[in-house]
Design a protein around this ligand. Structure first.
Ligand SMILES: [Zn+2]
Length: 172
């Protein structure tokens, strides 16, 4: 690997460790010529197949740009966005394919984004799933509401549920 400082054609690895839960390898390198150090990050190549059929390398940054746009004006920190993009990338890489459809990237974003901010989720889903009427929003919101309903405790009117706990045991 060329030194990014002096362009020397070789460098020496002085430390390697996995990063991002094993989906990346981070290497610390040193240039034997200028002695400066730099870090490289190695990930398995992952291609995204676009709607046109063309492929491009997966970019966590593109995920970040997309969710940041959906989160505009929402109380979501840049840190939370970065964590979300990382989660999305890890989920996609965990599938183990070298190539994924752009549609699956969108799907992988929906779940974590919904946990992060429901308004941002609706914005993202409206673009991603092509909402074109109020009804689309209404049904998406109804779905969110339905899933928010607390799972009410089953009433136990007769107290038939748990058997009474016996006091001590006696032996004869
Ligand atoms: Zn150098």
């Amino acid at each position: 690997m060329h030194c990014p400082f002096c362009r020397h054609t070789d460098s020496r690895v002085i430390d390697s460790r996995t990063a991002d839960d094993g989906t990346a390898m981070r290497r610390r390198r040193q240039c034997p010529e200028c002695n400066r150090r730099f870090t490289t990050i190695e990930t398995a190549s992952l291609a995204v197949v676009k709607r046109s059929g063309a492929t491009e390398p997966f970019s966590r940054n593109k995920v970040l740009v997309g969710v940041r746009k959906a989160c505009q004006g929402r109380p979501v920190s840049e840190d939370a966005l970065a964590r979300l993009a990382q989660r999305v990338e890890e989920a996609i890489r965990a599938q183990g394919s070298a190539e994924i459809d752009v549609h699956e990237v969108g799907l992988a974003i929906l779940g974590p984004l919904r946990e992060l901010d429901e308004v941002a989720y609706l914005r993202f889903a409206s673009v991603y799933q092509g909402f074109d009427s109020l009804e689309d929003f209404e049904s998406a919101i109804a779905l969110l509401r339905a899933e928010q309903e607390p799972t009410g405790q089953e009433p136990d009117p007769a107290g038939l549920g748990a058997p009474p706990v016996r006091g001590g045991t006696t032996t004869s």
